[in-house]
Design a protein around this ligand. Structure first.
Ligand SMILES: Cc1cc2nc3c(=O)[nH]c(=O)nc-3n(C[C@H](O)[C@H](O)[C@H](O)COP(=O)(O)OP(=O)(O)OC[C@H]3O[C@@H](n4cnc5c(N)ncnc54)[C@H](O)[C@@H]3O)c2cc1C
Length: 494
């Protein structure tokens, strides 16, 4: 009689596009075998569907619509809430901090690193202090409130210079994120301004600043031209081949020498791999973790990586890496699951190869730009393709999203601030946050870990959290008083 195989644990770090789809694929396999245990580690209990985040900031979608419950990955997947901040590659365990500051270690037989990326901060004076990024639900909610607050404050301000500054919004970076944020933000402010009699006839300026010679530099030129046309027709000032060289409390200075007075600077200049990569001490390329075409980390056959975090060779464009897009992350996640299973004796591994299927960019209202399978579309046809694509691609919440779109078309947007997210809670510089977002991470401090081979809870750190949180709330209140403008402060930070 053959003996049952020992259970092998696959730990997945990060439940974004790549991690979620890897977990889902493995869950199906785990259903048919008792030999595999899947553990998914993520700070939240949802996959954030980032491509629809600009619609949250624009007030079209409820924030819960873009949050896909991780329970959808399948019953065989064990979710562990937390942030991994240590990986011991020699002894095969990861260390993590849960949302309440408790520390745990989890042993693995196979590891999939899929922690994605974070906002990229360039060393430009004042940007870390005065700009905000756009990658999380908190940042989207914060931006939406901030835009509405600027209009409400401008409506009651007599000083014309101050009013103009509050009604000027600068988005830096015209990739898909910045372009969509500018498009949705502009329509939101335009609609909300109609409800303020004091703003009648008052220009509302939106500037989209891009270092490259065209918007959407990473996509087909026809898409780029269509997006440019839509934005400029609506009055967005598109400044290509231009950069921000300084941000101050008064506004931003552009590389053209122009000083733009504003209280709103949205930083969408791109992303960099999650800082976890730097802590691994492994080879990187352009900051991304080097893997081979099977998504395996060199010299560590038990470790795979995929998505934004990994430098995956693009076999369809020799010498290049796959782009940091959801399209690749989803497919790499599925393939990583297959290759991990193969390494445990289930099936055969395959190399990653995927031709881009095109791109969709939502430009708010009835406009979009898309090139499905290389066919360039703009206007309403592109909008239909874009929305159809998202409804198909998002793993849950489809009916709710479609209802929000319908309500938006029929009833318009609800222009109210919720005030749930304070400025200090969404710092741009996550390496030097002020105040710290949650418990202090311990980077590579192995001696402070108590390696366990089980998923046990370490009830330490909870008490130490409390004073930190109180400090954070006090600072939040201070920041909020300043940014409300009621104290006459002229800070740019939003
Ligand atoms: C606003 C916006 C719009 C976009 N629109 C599009 C689009 O239209 N089309 C497109 O193809 N791409 C788009 N992208 C890019 C796309 O979202 C990314 O390429 C994709 O999310 C990458 O997937 P990922 O799984 O690698 O990382 P992510 O989706 O970023 O997921 C990483 C996950 O890991 C978690 N995590 C991070 N660190 C840790 C840790 N230390 N421990 C545990 N968990 C951790 C994160 O919380 C997150 O849940 C957009 C990006 C943004 C920001």
């Amino acid at each position: 009689m053959s003996r049952p195989r020992p259970r092998r644990r696959i730990v997945i770090v990060g439940a974004g596009f790549a991690g979620f789809h890897a977990a889902r694929h493995l869950a199906r396999l785990a259903k048919h075998t008792t030999g595999i245990e899947v553990v998914l580690v993520n700070p939240t209990d949802y996959l954030l569907y980032l491509p629809l985040l600009p619609e949250v900031a624009g007030g079209v979608l409820d924030p819960r619509r873009v949050a896909v419950p991780l329970s959808g990955a399948g019953p065989g997947v064990r979710l562990l809430l937390g942030t991994v901040d240590h990986v011991d590659l020699d002894h095969r365990w990861v260390g993590l901090v849960d949302p309440e500051g408790n520390r745990r270690t989890v042993a693995y037989d196979r590891l999939l690193l899929a922690a994605g990326s974070v906002n990229k901060l360039l060393p430009i004076p004042g940007v870390a202090e005065h700009a905000h990024g756009f990658r999380s639900v908190a940042e989207a909610l914060y931006l939406r409130d901030h835009l509405l607050r600027q209009l409400e404050l401008a409506n009651t301000i007599d000083d014309p210079a101050e009013r103009d500054a509050r009604l000027t919004f600068v988005v830096v970076g015209a990739g898909y994120t910045g372009t969509e944020v500018a498009a949705h933000g502009q329509l939101l402010t335009r609609a909300a301004a109609r409800r303020h009699p004091g703003l009648r006839g008052q220009p509302i300026r939106w500037l989209l600043v891009e270092h490259a010679p065209r918007v959407l530099p990473e996509v087909d030129r026809r898409l780029s031209a269509a997006a440019h046309r839509t934005l400029t027709d609506r009055g967005v000032e598109v400044r290509t081949a231009t950069t921000v060289i300084e941000a101050t409390g008064e506004g931003v200075r552009l590389s053209t020498g122009e000083l733009v007075a504003t209280r709103s600077l949205v930083w969408c200049v791109g992303v960099r791999p999650d800082p976890l990569v730097e802590r691994l001490g492994l080879f990187t390329s352009k900051g991304r973790l080097v893997v081979d075409e099977y998504l395996t980390v060199p010299d560590h056959p038990e470790v795979l990586a995929c998505g934004d975090l990994a430098a995956v060779p693009d076999l369809t464009r020799p010498g290049q890496l796959t782009a940091m897009t959801a399209q690749h992350a989803v497919r790499q996640g599925r393939l990583a699951a297959r290759n991990l299973a193969a390494s445990l004796g289930y099936g055969r591994r395959r190399a990653y190869r995927h031709h881009d299927l095109g791109f969709v960019v939502d430009l708010a209202g009835a406009k979009a730009a898309a090139n499905p399978l290389g066919v360039a579309l703009s206007g309403l046809p592109a909008k239909v393709v874009t929305r159809g694509y998202h409804l198909r691609a998002i793993p849950a919440n489809r009916v709710r999203i479609a209802c929000d779109w319908l309500l938006d078309a029929v009833l318009g947007r609800q222009a109210v601030q919720l005030g749930l997210v304070r400025a200090a809670a969404v710092p741009l510089d996550i390496d030097h946050p002020n105040p710290p977002p949650g418990p202090d991470p311990v980077v590579g401090a192995r001696s402070r870990w108590q390696p366990l081979v089980s998923l046990q809870n370490h009830p330490t750190g909870g008490a130490a959290m409390a004073p930190g949180r109180r400090d954070e709330e006090a600072r939040d209140r201070e920041a909020s008083a300043k940014s409300s403008g009621l104290d006459g402060g002229r800070e740019l930070g939003f």
